[in-house]
Write a protein that binds this ligand. Structure first.
Ligand SMILES: Nc1ncnc2c1ncn2[C@@H]1O[C@H](COP(=O)(O)OP(=O)(O)OP(=O)(O)O)[C@@H](O)[C@H]1O
Length: 601
């Protein structure tokens, strides 16, 4: 089945089908099958009108099938079933088919609603999986607005696209069924109307093109808009305090206006498509009747049934055209989503296969070289971190401290086997296992819009035991005191990005979270930079007290933070480095001495 779908999808219009099929599988065929059933039942019901007319017209109360052309097969069928085509039977059969159609239509609508929801969820779940598995270095190049928009607004738009697309397919099938029935009823008339219908379709091609282009632009502008929005929320304080928010708002306003403009174009196109549909249908029908009557001299009676089918067929065609135009109005989102998921799939991280059950002995860095886009940052670096040691990483801004730490925690994979954890190439280790043992307090404290307790336990189920652990972690991070003073203690909401807390308090909460996790390796990136000297001193003491129970890698600008470290990796801007204790580096490195002399240690 999927091979057939692939082959068909080489046609652009059908390539969208492959997109939906890739998420919903053969369920889409069930929906299409139901559409066909609805059209067939409706068509058969309609054929009953002719024997009905005939029965009434003949005054016999019984239809004999004369003038029904090939459709007399329906009457033959009734006869075979032992149903004599009296007025009452024909009426009952007509009712029967329309009831059956009602049931099939209900099943179709219900199934489509379920599929619609399933479709949105499959997309959301799939995208979340791809995002979680994304390689960190690729993530750092991504646009946050695009991710945000693709995950929220675009999914809504694609859901609309899905509805319109399948509505279009449903009406396409219906049109096909009606045209086929019309052809069986009156072939000549059918051919004239079909040609007319196809010609009328040409009028729509320009509308389709304009709508599609506008849809693409909406997606692009929405990506920009979301990006601006995220940045204006995260940088609100700065933008507000400097009134740069006024200028930033102008950028956001422009993208809002541009989206509106494109959506207006889509609206106008949909309006035109809607309003010219009916007149066009009528032009085709009137022309076909005139040709039938004047050129082929057929009686009107002969074309009534065919006309009935055609009127329905052409109405279906019109609805199909409108659905298609509505679909095109949001189809830009499908292209965006396809490109986005392809990109994310391409940049998935290798999860690693070797299980990791805990850090046992040492991390060895052996001749590590690393750079970005061929620009070297770390050159031929070698050192060892033994279990429970504290390693300080210092150096000028841009010397590569964060890069080194990202390599050590497996966020950036080194090109060759140059980082070994307990003798195993870090790239081979199961990343989930390994990272569960890594705590990371980043430069910008990571806090989440929830309570203090949830920020520390990271949403672990509340229990007495959990609370006790939270309190211990807060104490170690020197945060217990200020948390106790908060209006609702542990259950206080900390606000968006922790706005209700001071910078130092946010940092202490972040430290408490990593201590709560009881990891083997704790990375602190400038972790005490936002603290006042009293708090820093206290945390420093707590960190020192952790020495010997956890392996710590500490990036520090303030040398006091790492004066007691077992080893210090001192990085220079020219990619050279030195390793030693604070004292030994002070003795042998002029650069290090200079750095120390600039600070009061
Ligand atoms: N994703 C990236 N792509 C390209 N270059 C990068 C990337 N990340 C960092 N760099 C570059 O690598 C060098 C080292 O950066 P890194 O962030 O590791 O330095 P750092 O010592 O931690 O600096 P700071 O103390 O200012 O935080 C810098 O020149 C930086 O511009």
């Amino acid at each position: 089945m999927s091979k057939v779908v692939k082959k068909l999808s080489e046609v652009r219009f059908l390539s969208y089908f492959r997109f939906f099929y890739s998420y919903l599988g053969s369920a889409v065929f069930i929906a299409l099958g139901l559409s066909m059933l609805v059209a067939l039942l409706d068509g058969i019901g309609l054929t009953m009108f002719l024997p009905l007319l005939h029965a009434v017209d003949g005054g016999t109360g019984e239809a004999d099938g004369e003038n029904m052309g090939s459709m007399r097969i329906v009457l033959d069928g009734m006869n075979e079933l032992g149903l004599s085509p009296t007025l009452v039977t024909v009426l009952l059969v007509l009712l029967f088919f329309f009831f059956m159609k009602g049931i099939a239509k209900f099943a179709l609508d219900y199934y489509r609603t379920i599929l619609n929801q399933r479709f949105a969820n499959i997309m959301r779940l799939g995208n979340m999986k791809l995002l979680a598995g994304l390689d960190y270095s690729e993530f750092s190049k991504a646009e946050s607005g695009k991710i945000q928009n693709t995950f929220s607004g675009e999914i809504v738009r694609i859901n609309t696209a899905y509805r319109s697309y399948f509505q279009m397919l449903q009406y396409l099938i219906m049109t096909g069924v009606y045209v086929a029935l019309a052809y069986v009823a009156n072939p000549k008339f059918a051919v004239i109307v079909a040609v007319g219908g196809l010609l009328s379709n040409l009028a729509f091609s320009r509308i389709y093109r304009i709508t599609k282009e506008a849809s693409r632009r909406v997606t692009k502008e929405m990506n920009n808009f979301q990006g601006f929005l995220i940045e204006s929320v995260s940088s609100f304080k700065f933008l507000k305090a400097t009134d740069l928010i006024t200028r930033y708002k102008e950028k956001i306003d422009q993208s809002i206006v541009s989206v509106e403009k494109q959506q207006r174009t889509i609206g106008v196109m949909n309006g035109i498509a809607n309003s010219i549909r009916e007149p066009l249908v009528m032009v085709v029908v009137v022309a076909a009747i005139l040709i039938q009557v004047t050129v082929f001299q057929e009686s009107l009676g002969l074309i009534i049934l065919s006309l009935l089918f055609f009127y329905r067929g052409l109405t279906s065609l019109g609805t199909m055209q409108n659905s298609y135009n509505q679909f095109l109005g949001v189809s830009g989102s499908i292209e965006n989503m396809e490109a986005f998921t392809e990109e994310m799939k391409h940049f998935q991280e290798d999860p690693g296969t070797v299980p990791f059950s805990g850090f046992k002995k040492k991390i060895e860095v052996k001749n590590l070289n690393y750079g970005y886009d061929d620009v070297p940052v770390l050159k031929d670096m070698s050192f060892v971190i033994n279990k429970y040691e504290t390693i300080g990483i210092v150096g000028e801004s841009g010397a590569g401290k964060t890069t080194l730490v990202n390599l050590l925690c497996g966020l950036l994979p080194p090109p060759t086997a140059t980082i070994l954890v307990d003798g195993i190439d870090l790239r081979e280790l199961n990343k989930h296992d390994f990272r569960r043992q890594v705590g990371y307090v980043t430069q910008e404290s990571q806090v989440f819009t929830d309570t203090v307790a949830n920020n520390v336990s990271f949403f672990e189920n509340p229990s007495e035991e959990t609370e006790l652990k939270i309190q211990q972690a807060l104490k170690l991070a020197h945060a217990a005191e200020f948390v106790a003073m908060l209006p609702e203690g542990l259950n206080t909401q900390i606000g968006i990005n922790g706005v209700n807390l001071s910078g130092g308090q946010r940092q202490r909460i972040s430290i408490a979270r990593e201590l709560y996790r009881e990891v083997d390796i704790l990375i602190l990136d400038e972790a005490t930079s936002a603290l006042d000297s009293q708090s820093e001193k206290l945390i420093q003491e707590n960190i020192d007290s952790l020495a010997g129970t956890v392996t710590m890698i500490v990036i520090a600008h303030r040398l006091s933070t790492i004066s007691k470290a077992d080893k210090i990796v001192f990085l220079r801007a020219d990619h050279t480095y030195e390793i030693g204790t604070f004292e030994s580096l002070q003795k042998r490195s002029a650069n290090f001495r200079q750095m120390v002399s600039l600070q009061t240690v």
